[in-house]
Design a protein around this ligand. Structure first.
Ligand code: GAP
Length: 438
């Protein structure tokens, strides 16, 4: 019997913690919110930036075969003709004739409305791209689209990057940025939204090497989540069936996470073949190819694309870090973030709110914040303050007590083990740096 997998918590608990502690707020809340739009608060912006930074570090900083890019969101409308999005980036949509709700036809299990049992309309294809106008006149000639994937910004810059960096194949271009899709059924908190951030790599290879490199990227990307603390049991790989492949892909595998609503896509790794570079060559008239000095031939590279969502990954890290344990008559809630992802790395807590303790604690905090994001908290009992830091995932608390004034030492308390150790203030930065790993 396969072991039953458990989600760490419910989505409701995470939504509530995220709001209460300043990770994620509903967008435009004072006006009643805007469906499926979310704002990252003071802790959320740290967490999401840390996720993006970790991705950039692993893929750009630590590798010599990838370079970065930041392309614009608005692109020439011909891009979307060439990419196939104008024609093919659609979902089948049905309306309920009774309650007027809309559904994706391919997500329905019955032919009736799942909400009220009413009759549904025929399915029609609905393009997911957001349309807008460039300039003051709202006419057809001025139509532009908000990009539905960051990938195309990479393809159209292929020649620019190749020429300016003189990279040789295989090499990749990495990009993090916003994408927009007018999703029919957004939901599950930040899992599916209409505005979201992607972290995408287009890795260019010689045709024939594509399948091996595709497998390597799947392994690489799978391990990245584990390295940053996601429990292996809640991750799995799901190769796509041929009938669910995107219009550009020869193969695709999803890395799935066990979200509270069940197994769902976290990242897709696709073999896009030479589809995009070939189409942009056709549509733009510019040859997007490389020259092979060994064979004296020009060819269009194949592309392996690991494509992740920054918001979806942030949600998975948040969910996976969640833990509850009994604590006397209460419950200790802990976010067991990997130190690289934790919004605050250290919290400085004076035992009392009085001088001269607070003066020394503030000095300690001033020194630590040169190195890491820190929090300073002097409100309520020390036990309460530890719990508050546990709940936002701060790996270490530094307590400044009355003895600190005499011995110039402080106590470091570990979030996970709750162990405490005494350290000289002069050694604090190096000790914490060793514990955090950076
Ligand atoms: N360039 C390929 C591409 O865009 P995708 O599977 O449609 O592939 C890649 O998207 C990743 O982007 C997904 O695995 C997911 O993490 C994220 N993503 C896609 N649509 C999203 C949405 N509506 N809301 C949040 N994240 C989304």
């Amino acid at each position: 019997m396969p072991k039953e997998i458990q989600a760490t918590t419910t989505m409701d608990k995470i939504v509530s913690l995220a709001k209460r502690r300043g990770f994620i707020f509903p967008s435009s809340e004072i006006y009643g919110g805007l469906n499926s739009c979310w704002d990252y608060g003071p802790l959320g912006v740290e967490l999401k930036s840390n996720v993006k930074r970790a991705w950039w570090k692993a893929n750009v900083q630590e590798r010599d075969d990838l370079v970065g890019l930041d392309a614009s969101i608005l692109m020439h409308p011909r891009v979307w003709e060439a990419s196939g999005h104008l024609e093919g980036f659609t979902d089948p949509l049905v309306d309920c004739k009774n309650c007027k709700q809309r559904f994706r036809a391919d997500h329905l299990e019955t032919e009736k409305c799942p909400e009220c049992g009413g009759e549904l309309t025929e399915a029609r294809n609905f393009n997911l791209m957001f349309k807008t106008y460039m300039g003051p006149v709202e006419e057809n000639a001025a139509v532009v689209y908000l990009r539905p994937e960051t990938a195309q910004g990479i393809f159209v810059n292929f020649q620019n990057v190749l020429t300016s960096t003189r990279k040789k194949l295989p090499f990749g271009i990495a990009q993090i940025g916003k994408s927009f899709r007018n999703e029919i059924t957004p939901g599950n908190f930040t899992f599916r939204t209409r505005e979201f951030e992607q972290m995408e790599i287009e890795y260019f290879v010689k045709p024939g090497q594509d399948e091996e490199i595709y497998e390597r990227w799947i392994e690489e990307r799978f391990n990245w989540y584990i390295m940053l603390g996601i429990n292996k049991e809640r991750l799995r790989l799901r190769p796509h069936d041929p009938d669910e492949l995107a219009h550009y892909a020869k193969g695709c595998s999803d890395i799935e996470y066990f979200f509270p609503m069940g197994w769902s896509e976290l990242e897709g790794i696709a073999n896009r073949t030479d589809f995009d570079l070939k189409r942009h060559t056709q549509y733009s008239g510019n040859k997007l190819e490389v020259f092979d000095q060994e064979t004296n031939e020009h060819y269009i590279p194949y592309v392996i694309e690991p494509s992740a969502g920054a918001d979806r990954a942030t949600l998975a890290f948040l969910l996976d870090a969640y833990d509850e344990e009994p604590d006397k008559n209460e419950t200790r809630v802990v976010l067991r973030f990997h130190p690289a992802l934790a919004p605050y790395k250290v919290a400085v807590l004076p035992l009392s709110r009085k001088e001269p303790l607070t003066k020394l604690a503030k000095e300690v905090n001033r020194e630590l914040r040169k190195h890491w994001m820190t929090d300073y908290d002097e409100a309520k009992s020390i036990g309460r303050r530890y719990r508050r830091q546990d709940e936002i995932g701060t790996p270490y608390c530094v307590t400044v007590d009355f003895d600190s004034l005499d011995d110039q030492a402080v106590t470091i308390r570990d979030r996970d083990t709750m162990d405490q150790s005494r350290v000289a203030i002069n050694d604090l930065v190096s000790v914490l740096s060793e514990k955090l790993g950076f």
